[in-house]
Ligand binder design. Structure first.
Ligand code: GLN
Ligand code: ZN
Length: 754
């Protein structure tokens, strides 16, 4: 039985690609050096796939930045402002598109989330000046490379309909007008690839999302063209991240000779597909989870495959990963620090290749009882482990009742009760973190490595907190923060203080370009081991007469930025985290902290791909926030913070969270993002960010006053807070002091008008 994965992570076992890219951007290595790294990584990845026993190695999955941007290059969709100047290579233009260019002041193309993953792609810009032309041959060259090296290559191309769906139309242009021409280019590319390969994988995940009408029309036309061309070969149409649902028939009638479905996330529609599969179509079934890190239950997967095999003959079945392994770390064997039992429960990209191949061998009648037995021991040990299951947590979550999801009184009453905080009109505050200097990072590292005693580390952090409090007093801010100097990361810090989490040393996953994240792993029931933040916050409060805001990360954000166990519902894991955060909130309140912020930076990232599934998510996600935040007295003020989001989508959920104050990122939108709140008649306090913390530029008093005035057109004065867009940890102290000084000055001047 044929086996394959939909793509291998490109970043490298030790983030070789990241390192090479960053050196190249700093001009410390040559273009040739960079190309060399790329070529070595591709070779390593093909070898891993081949050695695992997979039938094909995937080509075209490598990228120097992003696979959507790669298609833009392939089809010549380069916006005017990136015109090549003398001496510039294609790759330099490519990087300019991704990152902008400070020297010539061209701005980068927009970046956004790839479906519901934490991967970000570069949004294609299509306008009436876009002239599509087959321009980039990387995928063909790389496939040749693999074929020449003796591999059975299966190239992967992002599909034309997904590409167009994810593009943005500039200046009212109708991007769908390009469908025809785009189809022609794909005909050409696929013809060249087909001459070398058995399959060409064409990814159309958009089929599993809400598809525009034009997209469905374009799909029919383009695929008719692709499949009727004499050199079209065999297209494996790949879909993933959800069910095909309404688009199942589009896929089944596409004329492609192969179809891939994701059985991990899209199991629901499998029966319809299997029953209606045309007899010339091969079905590739994704049973190895590309987006999580757990060892596959091979017996369960085998059963799923056997069920399908009753309807689809052996020679027309293929086994695959559910989606590309881009979303998985590279190799679990390089983890030295994880408990050895936990380690057996996990499978990263390298292990997933082997699991997929093994399933193929088993389904082909091979005798692998030893491997299967070993696998089942692992699955059993995870299912039954006391590391995973805690009777205490079960008991606690069973006791949650609806009264725990509600504040004692409605907002109007709370607002009055909170009057005792004596805050001025337009209270000024910050989002939590202050600059993380090299000194802070060094101390944390030394502490982690056991080079610094806990007492000394404690003393150091307290001293930092003291400095941060003094600076805020100097600035005359109204609500202070302790500055988060003890936190390396807003999720990892809390994960380390709760049961049920573990951390990898090298489990990096690409987020965008050279940027990677290392999500914690939630493997078991979550509970708080003890106070997590109380000492730092109460120390900060002891230094000042102004209120200090306690700073916590919310349950949804902790969940969204972790790899989550798959043996219970996500909503249940979220509830467990929420209970732990709730206990911390209560501890803070008891210790005399009267303002508590629970960050939900990732709230909109957890939204399911399809609109119809979103309400279910909003229900449990807002419940988790309410569970975390509602235990306090009316006079305690609960804040939340969200980074940039499409607030229109989530405004109802935000209102449902019932926080007394929300701060949001909005300065770059010129306060346009506040429209969502205004239109909804959002009833509570809002702090729209009045300066962009992503840039080192110091905003002037006038500029900030301008933004405050725009905000006042949308939000009543008595409900407006003034703060930066987000935390300040990536900035320099000088910028921060000047910017906050101007912010406070702007507020002072505006207050005079009231
Ligand atoms: N409190 C966090 C900080 O200031 C919030 C960061 C975020 O929203 N991403 O750093
Ligand atoms: Zn933020």
């Amino acid at each position: 039985m044929q086996t394959h994965i939909l793509g291998f992570p490109r970043i490298g076992k030790n983030r070789e690609l990241k390192k090479a890219l960053e050196l190249y951007w700093k001009k410390e290595i040559t273009l040739q050096n960079l190309q060399q790294t790329g070529s070595e990584l591709r070779k390593q990845h093909w070898k891993i796939q081949k050695d695992s026993g997979l039938s094909y190695v995937t080509t075209g999955d490598f990228s120097f930045y992003d696979h959507v941007l790669d298609v833009s290059m392939m089809i010549g969709a380069v916006p005017e402002r990136f015109k090549i100047s003398a001496g510039e290579s294609d790759l330099d233009v490519y990087f300019k598109m991704a990152r902008g260019d400070a020297f010539s002041q061209v701005s980068a193309m927009e970046m956004t989330k790839w479906f519901d993953t934490n991967y970000h792609y570069i949004v294609p810009e299509l306008s009436d000046s876009t002239v599509l032309k087959f321009s980039g041959r990387d995928i063909i060259d790389q496939t040749c490379e693999a074929v020449d090296a003796g591999y059975d290559a299966k190239p992967v191309l992002l599909g034309p309909v997904t590409y167009l769906s994810l593009s943005k139309s500039v200046d009212g242009f109708d991007k769908w007008l390009l469908a025809d021409k785009l189809g022609d280019i794909y005909v050409q590319v696929i013809a060249e690839l087909s001459s070398m390969c058995r399959w060409v994988q064409v990814d159309e995940p958009i089929l599993c999302a809400d598809m525009e009408l034009e997209a469905a029309e374009a799909f029919k036309k383009i695929y008719k063209k692709l499949n009727s061309s004499p050199d079209s070969g065999s297209i494996l149409l790949t879909t993933y991240f959800d069910n095909l649902d309404d688009n199942a028939d589009l896929a089944l009638n596409s004329g492609c000779t192969g179809l891939h479905i994701d059985l991990i996330r899209g199991g629901g529609a499998a029966e319809h597909i299997v029953n209606n599969l045309p007899d010339f179509m091969t079905l590739s079934v994704g049973v190895v989870d590309g987006r999580n890190i757990w060892t596959t239950d091979l017996v369960k997967a085998r059963k799923q495959l056997e069920n399908i095999k009753e309807k689809v003959p052996h020679e027309r079945l293929m086994i695959g990963s559910s989606c590309s392994l881009l979303h998985s770390p590279v190799d679990i064997t390089s983890e030295a620090g994880i408990d050895s039992e936990l380690k057996t429960w996990m499978s990263f990209a390298v292990q997933k290749c082997r699991e997929t191949a093994l399933l193929g061998a088993v389904m082909s009648g091979g005798e692998y009882s030893r491997e299967i037995e070993h696998n089942q021991e692992i699955i059993r040990s995870r299912n039954e482990s006391s590391k995973v299951h805690s009777a205490k947590v079960k008991e606690l979550t069973e006791c949650i009742d609806s009264s725990m999801l509600k504040r004692k009184s409605p907002y109007s009453k709370r607002k009055k009760e909170q009057g005792w905080l004596n805050l001025p009109l337009f209270p000024t505050t910050t989002i939590g973190s202050f600059p993380q200097t090299d000194e802070i990072r060094n101390q944390r590292r030394k502490f982690r490595n056991g080079e610094v005693f806990i007492e000394d580390y404690d003393f150091f952090i307290r001293n930092e907190i003291k400095k941060i409090i003094r600076k805020q007093e100097e600035l005359n801010l109204d609500v202070l923060v302790h500055g988060e100097p003890e936190r390396n990361d807003m999720v990892e810090y809390f994960g380390q203080k709760m049961h049920g989490f573990c951390f990898t040393q090298n489990g990096w996953v690409q987020s965008y370009g050279s940027r990677c994240v290392k999500p914690p792993v939630i493997y078991g029931d979550v509970f708080r081991r003890g106070d997590m933040t109380v000492d730092w916050i109460t120390y900060a409060q002891s230094l000042t007469g102004k209120p200090v805001k306690g700073m916590l990360t919310g349950p949804v954000t902790i969940l969204c930025w972790s790899f989550v166990r798959d043996d219970i519902e996500k909503a249940e894991v979220c509830r467990q985290i929420a209970l732990a955060v709730r206990e911390e909130v209560m501890s803070l309140e008891k210790a005399g902290i009267n303002i508590i912020q629970i960050d939900e930076a990732a709230f909109s990232e957890g939204m399911p791909v399809k609109h119809k599934d979103r309400n279910g998510y909003f229900r449990w996600a807002t419940d988790a926030f309410r569970l975390a935040s509602s235990g306090v007295q009316d006079k305690t003020q609960i804040h939340t913070h969200m980074c940039y989001s499409e607030f229109n989508e989530i405004i109802e959920a935000i209102a449902d969270m019932d926080a007394d104050v929300i701060s949001i990122e909005s300065s770059r939108s010129g306060m346009v993002l506040l429209d969502a709140f205004n239109d909804f008649e959002y009833p509570r306090d809002i702090g729209p960010g009045v300066y962009d913390i992503h840039s080192p530029r110091v905003p002037s008093v006038e500029e900030i006053k301008g933004l405050i005035s725009s905000a006042l057109e949308k939000i009543p004065a008595e409900r407006l807070w003034i703060n930066p867009d987000c935390g300040l940890k990536t900035r320099e102290w000088r910028e921060v002091m000047e910017s906050l000084h101007n912010m406070v000055q702007a507020v002072k001047e505006i207050r005079r008008q009231y």
